[in-house]
Design a protein. Structure first.
Length: 83
């Protein structure tokens, strides 16, 4: 079954995935620091984007850790067709 358009990463989502591939599993603060340096985003925007990405199945969140740790749900190679 083909992926629906809704589950395809947007440009900003791809940017966050690239950050996670580079940093490895990370808390929101680390992701935001990098995204803010590249794009000038607010912390709340980063949190919202990660929430949307979690709903879309693009990232996974480890809720056993505090703070929560996010990691990509797919490899860089698996998203190659969208990059």
């Amino acid at each position: 079954m083909a992926k629906s358009r809704a589950s395809q990463p947007t440009e900003v989502e791809l940017q966050i995935l690239r950050i996670l591939w580079e940093l490895g599993p990370s808390p929101v603060r680390n992701i935001h620091t990098r995204l803010n340096a590249e794009k000038g985003t607010n912390y709340s925007t980063t949190v919202k984007m990660l929430s949307v990405m979690l709903d879309k199945g693009l990232v996974k969140r480890d809720e056993t850790a505090s703070p929560h740790i996010y990691r990509p749900a797919m490899t860089r190679e698996a998203t190659g067709r969208w990059m």
